[in-house]
Design a protein around this ligand. Structure first.
Ligand SMILES: [Zn+2]
Length: 120
């Protein structure tokens, strides 16, 4: 292999490593999609929200860790757990408190302005 090709291969490998790191550090923005029913198979980086009387009722999203599980959220009533949700004009949601799976992958993250912030 010529030196130029070797350098190109190394750079390509490095770039892939950098891209993988970046995907972890900066996952794609989550956006709200208002729906009548929670989808069977939520797409990544979507937070599906159902409404009752114009207020957010339930939410569903694919776990951002990629485990394939669906996270289900409730936005109304007194029973716990319950979350509050807001979103901006670009449909980027802020959900409080943090979302913490108690089983499976045990993902724990904050969703702020459509951004997933992992808790250690
Ligand atoms: Zn997960």
């Amino acid at each position: 292999m010529r030196l130029g090709h070797q350098i190109a291969a190394v750079l390509r490998g490095r770039w892939q490593a950098i891209a993988a790191e970046w995907a972890k550090v900066s996952p794609p923005t989550v956006r709200v999609e208002l729906v009548k029913d929670r989808p069977q198979r939520p797409r990544k980086s979507r937070l599906y929200v159902t409404q009752q009387a114009g207020q957010p009722a339930f939410g569903a999203m694919a776990c951002p860790c990629g485990c394939g599980e669906t996270l289900n959220l409730r936005f109304f009533g007194e029973r716990r757990p319950r979350w509050s949700i807001q979103w901006d004009r670009r449909r980027r949601p802020t959900v409080r408190p943090s979302i913490w799976r108690q089983s499976g992958c045990r993902s724990h993250f904050h969703l702020t302005g459509g951004r997933v912030d992992w808790c250690k």
